[in-house]
Design a protein around this ligand. Sequence first.
Ligand SMILES: Nc1nc2c(c(=O)[nH]1)N[C@H]1C(S)=C(S)[C@@H](COP(=O)(O)OP(=O)(O)OC[C@H]3O[C@@H](n4cnc5c(=O)[nH]c(N)nc54)[C@H](O)[C@@H]3O)O[C@H]1N2
Ligand SMILES: Nc1nc2c(c(=O)[nH]1)N[C@H]1C(S)=C(S)[C@@H](COP(=O)(O)OP(=O)(O)OC[C@H]3O[C@@H](n4cnc5c(=O)[nH]c(N)nc54)[C@H](O)[C@@H]3O)O[C@H]1N2
Ligand code: SF4
Ligand SMILES: [Mo]
Length: 735
Amino acid sequence: MPQTRPSICRFCHAGCAILVDIDDEGRPVRVRGDRDNPVYRGFTCEKGRQLPAQHRHPDRLLHSMRRGGDGRHEPIASTQAMDEIAARVSAIVAEHGPRSVAVYTGTCASRNPAAKPMMTAWMNAIGSPMRFDSNTIDQPGKAVAAAMHGMWGAPPQGFDDADVALLVGGNPFVALSGGVPNPDPVRRVREARARGLQLLVIDPRRSETAAAADLHLQPLPGEDIAIVAGLLHVIIRDGLHDTAFVADHVQGFDALRDAVAHFTPEHVAQRADIRADDLVACARVFGSARRGVATSGTGPSLAGRGSTLLEYLVMVLNTVCGRYLRAGEQLWNPGVLLPAMPHKAQATPPWPAYGYGEQLRVRGLTDAACGLSTAALADEILLEGAGRVRALFCLGGNPAAAWPDHDKTVAAMRSLDLLVTLDIKMSATATLADYVIAPRLTLEIPGTTYVSEIMYHYAVGFGLPVPYAQYTPAVVDPPAGSDLTEEWRFFHGLAQRMGLQLELAPNFPRPGQAPWELDMREPPELDTLLEHLYRNARVPLTEVKRHPRGAVFAADPLVVEPADPGWMGRLDVANPEMLAELAAAQSPWWPHDERHPFRLLCRRHVGALNSSGLDLPKMLTKPYNPAYLHPDDLAAMGVETGDAVEVRSETGAMLAIAEADPTLRRGLVSMTHAYGDVLAGDARFREAGSNTSRLTRVDADYDRITGMPRMSNVAVAVRAATTLPTANADATTTA
Ligand SMILES: Nc1nc2c(c(=O)[nH]1)N[C@H]1C(S)=C(S)[C@@H](COP(=O)(O)OP(=O)(O)OC[C@H]3O[C@@H](n4cnc5c(=O)[nH]c(N)nc54)[C@H](O)[C@@H]3O)O[C@H]1N2
Ligand SMILES: Nc1nc2c(c(=O)[nH]1)N[C@H]1C(S)=C(S)[C@@H](COP(=O)(O)OP(=O)(O)OC[C@H]3O[C@@H](n4cnc5c(=O)[nH]c(N)nc54)[C@H](O)[C@@H]3O)O[C@H]1N2
Ligand code: SF4
Ligand SMILES: [Mo]
């Protein structure tokens, strides 16, 4: 019998409530938004609506794969793969020690809610500190800046009653990321503007979100430090900051005022090539608003050197304007699957930001509030010597598509003794892997909206706007004849075979709360694991399960408590290292490079999530990532939409297909990452696109604390490509 079942889209972190139509044979055939859902109100995007195509994709892995001596991958039974991998990793640990084993968790690592916790338990049992995450090639400065600045003991102001929202280089209409609540961002902005919200966007491109803004500053890329310092300058100069909040809860205000004195509107305008009046207007709208926060996205973070400072300045902007909930105010989202935590109107002072824990062997990088730098992992694999990483396990990530410094990454993947990736398809990384473990896909496993909820802890401007949660059971069976595991079962299975005892900590463990010593003979069911992981939740999972189409759990609201008597903690707006870096930023941060006069910017496409989804039917209508350029720049080069261009940086060169885009400033190229055929490179740029990481390197222009390299705002030269490679050669000759 065909039927329809409610579920959660887990393609991206937005967690949309969906209805899945299932055919007679139990296969998903159609996904649509659940119009009756109180928060998502029927919203979905192109990716979610293609979940059936993703689940039934002809290239989906239905069996795990092993690479043979001839380099070709053949199916292998998942139990045999576990036997072989356990033996190999045990031997590597015995010979080279635990540090020789590393894990990398990517964007899709949380699709199965027990995967990452079980992988962590396995790494704990091995005793290896080498855990890397895609966050450190994303916005790692956020966590480090928070440590240097301290944290207000209650949430920032929410979006739904804000009268201003400032976005520094994010595009939530496409990315469903920070700045605007994810459930239906376009509609939310429309409704908010109708009640008086002013949307301010700083982006070198007139992005989809910028086009809806009340004020769009369209600067040169890479000057965000100067721009935000300029906003602070005007706000402080005009007395628009929250003097009472600053007096009671902030330290270093005078030093901050002196540090931004240099960043006058005229100075910033000249550097960033914007109008001084527009900067002043932006500062006045933000500063004189009653409520509303500033959020930054990947654009400025991927600019590399100084990205921690930029995140710090955005935090400071919110702090001097006092944009936090105060005693007596009700939390917009007290948490559902997150624990109920006490919220107090007081500042937690700064805590150590970096320089502790594991020392990496390159660039003086150490463990930090953001975790270990993923941009250093290729070096940790390639560099000879004690501690070298020899085995890498990738969970829901795709280094060979998405990491910076593509050539170095591929060389590192090839030089490993053991590369295992858990992936639903033969990704770029899978083609280089010894083993590819094929997991069940989201509609085949239970899931929750925990990931959407926990984004709240990522930074100001993230998270669900109300206490909403949903649980879904598996709504379809895995395809007939498949041998699919779940990612957490794989790590449990390895531990069994390696004789390791796993201990699983619940999410947000309470002080003194013991982890669960798992039964190493028989793994529990995923639902039992979820009961344990969410045992500290504000609303018990059993209660969430009673609302299969999702619900807002608004009973029992939480109110911000007053500060503890005698509390002395203060937020620091004058961290000495940050102010020293700001002093060094008094002249243009990225001077013009005559030989590479264009700047390559990051950009996201609504139909894919990094490299996931590029093989879906909608994306295949244009299988490559165009090099978007301003029409006048194309004309000046004698290039038309559809022509091949060569994009060259100091590091490398690649071919791409030009496309006119009037939303850009002149002098910019905007391209989506994670495309390209890892083996064929330029030879297949028309069929598979071009990997922008070929133009970046990890050891130049990086942030000294997070290791974040310059992955956007990359200086490049662009010109018409004349001689093109044939299908089996990849020579690039240009005029
Ligand atoms: N030049 C440039 N580089 C960038 C960026 C940029 O803007 N420009 N962005 C950076 C950012 S923000 C990030 S987060 C990183 C992303 O880096 P990664 O997270 O490493 O890259 P993804 O392409 O998202 O990899 C996700 C992988 O998970 C697989 N997958 C999908 N579903 C499942 C599942 O259910 N289970 C498992 N096990 N696997 C699954 C997909 O097939 C894919 O291979 O890239 C960074 N790199
Ligand atoms: N559809 C879709 N959704 C996604 C993803 C995806 O690949 N596709 N990826 C997911 C991931 S991993 C992440 S981290 C989030 C990211 O979410 P966002 O941070 O919102 O990322 P983008 O949409 O790339 O927006 C970055 C914007 O920064 C601008 N920009 C570039 N350089 C600069 C600069 O120097 N200064 C300023 N001010 N702006 C600049 C770009 O023009 C672009 O509009 O999205 C997530 N959601
Ligand atoms: S926004 Fe994200 S969660 Fe929602 S339908 Fe699209 S991919 Fe799925
Ligand atoms: Mo990301």
